[in-house]
Ligand binder design. Structure first.
Ligand SMILES: [Zn+2]
Length: 278
């Protein structure tokens, strides 16, 4: 029953640590489903760590803003960037891919379609980091994969176009339940439920990808969905329930010295996860 499995995951973890069969998964950064009003993109995207036997994978790696946080979160788990054996990139946008350079000896997975498209995007006009994808295309440990390929033991990649042409969804088969990493093919719960998308080159193509995500997610009760910009979720009586609590805030210096710090929560005052987490 999904509720039981989801409840177990919550008590284990606060939505951050999961054990699925032989896989230990840490969502080391929960993505955030928002954009700034006055300062351009936030790019707060999800980063997940997967440990399985001797292998250590990251699903997406974030951008410059996440570098020190990513390194310290790895260190908390006794890991250095050089210990990561596999990088699984959902797509090439900077907020998901840029830190691949921290893991230059790892196997780096991206879809062949995404790689070919990314290097031909016009410079200066899109969220694709022009020089980083150009370097990645030539990188000796790059593995450009096709739809359906196994990209890590027990993890398959599935093309889910719409947000970008070569976006991948990764499905981890954990035994009695799966974990589905959607990247930005489905960024958040609103997209999941409405089948509408905020950034797509073709709404119908995105909608078909979201339907495919639902199909993966529903295959086994208790499976966990990890979106590109939202908390993980489990299905309960057909409806998504968030796992863990959202955390999002900004620290600012509005006073007259550096000791006077104001922290602004980015959560609505009424606790926006209440309806979904209840
Ligand atoms: Zn994106």
């Amino acid at each position: 029953m999904s509720g039981e499995a989801g409840g177990k995951a919550v008590s284990e973890s606060g939505g951050k640590q999961f054990q699925l069969g032989d896989y230990r998964i840490d969502i080391i950064i929960h993505g955030f489903p928002g954009k700034s009003v006055c300062h351009g993109s936030l790019g707060f995207s999800t980063i997940a760590l997967i440990r399985h036997g001797e292998r250590v994978a990251l699903v997406d790696v974030g951008s410059f803003g996440q570098r020190s946080l990513l390194i310290s979160e790895l260190a908390k788990r006794g890991l250095a960037p050089g210990d990561v054996t596999d990088i699984l990139l959902t797509h090439s946008h900077y907020d998901h891919s840029l830190n691949w350079t921290l893991f230059k000896d790892a196997n780096i997975v991206i879809s062949r379609t995404e790689m070919a498209w990314s290097v031909n995007e016009p410079w200066g006009e899109t969220p694709v980091p022009e020089l980083y994808v150009k370097a990645l295309e030539q990188w000796p440990t790059l593995r450009a994969v096709e739809d359906g390929d196994e990209v890590f033991p027990g993890i398959t990649a599935h093309l889910a176009p719409g947000h970008t042409p070569g976006s991948l969804v990764f499905v981890l088969r954990g035994g009695d339940r799966d974990m589905v990493f959607t990247g930005d093919a489905c960024k958040n719960r609103a997209e999941l439920l409405s089948r509408g998308t905020d950034m797509t080159y073709d709404a119908a193509v995105s909608q078909a990808s979201i339907e495919a995500i639902w199909h993966h997610w529903r295959r086994l009760p208790g499976s966990i969905l990890v979106p590109g910009h939202d908390l993980p979720m489990v299905l309960e009586q057909g409806a998504p329930r968030y796992l863990g609590q959202r955390e999002a805030a900004i620290r600012a210096w509005y006073g007259e010295d550096l000791n006077e710090i104001t922290v602004f929560s980015l959560l609505p005052e009424n606790g926006e996860t209440a309806s979904a987490a209840g």
